[in-house]
Design a protein. Structure first.
Length: 278
């Protein structure tokens, strides 16, 4: 842990070098940029800049948080996803690169005047990335059970100039939704209690991650709801854990017996997205 005591005035390079054995040096550069309210290029170009005592103390404070498993995205309060920048905080899940598969697959299946819904939107990364990149007209809805998460999603919508394109609704999954949909996307909680012990996710909201003993409580409920919310031709894209392939397939067959099911692999060649069509 970084010492909280102040020290002599030193340079950016000297302070980063002092702690480079504790975390990745690229992260140290980003933390320094955050403390100084500068971009990363400034840190690279000004290694000999002298730091004030307040700078040093602020750096040590934020470094200690990072060492305590606070995500870099939470410390920076933003995360890039699908080449867009999203505000995130302790009330939202941090968007992961693997989830971009949902956007890529959805964009292959868009056409004019579709109804599209993102269930459990969190920061809004999925629905906003889709809306920003969809060349066709569409009606967009995003739901979440958390008011605070929806507030972040709405802020991101305003930032991306999509405020008037998305209808945000506070509800549990599809409760109180009246429309039928052409495209349904969701990255619902899918972790088990055992997986929740991983240090890397301990600072993220439990409600955005944990879903019963097998990690599928949320998806089981959603799949029971889905039949009455589907248009004649539909696409459903759900993010899952690779170990859930057989379990989720069983639930899909029970609730949508005529559906076609395909599993898509992520960047690490693990099953990550289940694609359901008719």
């Amino acid at each position: 842990m970084a010492s909280s005591q102040s020290s002599k005035i030193i340079s950016i390079k000297e302070l980063i070098t002092k702690y480079k054995g504790q975390i990745d040096i690229n992260e140290l550069d980003q933390l320094m940029a955050l403390v100084l309210h500068k971009n990363i290029a400034y840190i690279y170009k000004n290694p000999d800049k002298q730091l004030s005592r307040s700078n040093i103390l602020a750096f040590k404070k934020i470094l200690n948080k990072r060492l305590a498993n606070y995500s870099l995205a939470y410390l920076k309060k933003n995360k890039e996803f699908y080449k867009l920048n999203f505000i995130v905080n302790k009330h939202t899940l941090i968007p992961r690169p693997d989830s971009e598969l949902i956007i890529e697959e959805a964009l292959k299946n868009t056409s004019n005047n579709q109804n599209i819904i993102d269930i459990g939107t969190g920061s809004g990364a999925l629905i906003l990335s889709l809306a920003k990149n969809n060349k066709h007209t569409a009606n967009y809805i995003a739901t979440d059970i958390s008011t605070k998460a929806l507030d972040i999603a709405k802020t991101n919508a305003r930032k991306l100039k999509l405020k008037n394109k998305i209808k945000f609704i506070k509800t549990n999954l599809l409760d109180n939704i009246s429309e039928q949909f052409d495209i349904i996307i969701a990255n619902l909680p899918y972790l088990t209690p055992v997986q929740m012990q991983e240090a890397s996710i301990k600072k993220e909201p439990v409600t955005a991650l944990l879903s019963g003993q097998d990690g599928l409580d949320h998806y089981k409920k959603l799949l029971k709801q889905l039949p009455k919310y589907l248009n004649k031709k539909y696409l459903i894209l759900l993010e899952i854990d690779p170990a859930q392939e057989k379990l989720i397939k069983k639930e899909i067959i029970i609730n949508l017996p005529q559906a076609n099911i395909k599993f898509l692999k992520d960047l690490a060649n693990n099953i990550r997205i289940v694609k359901i069509t008719n």
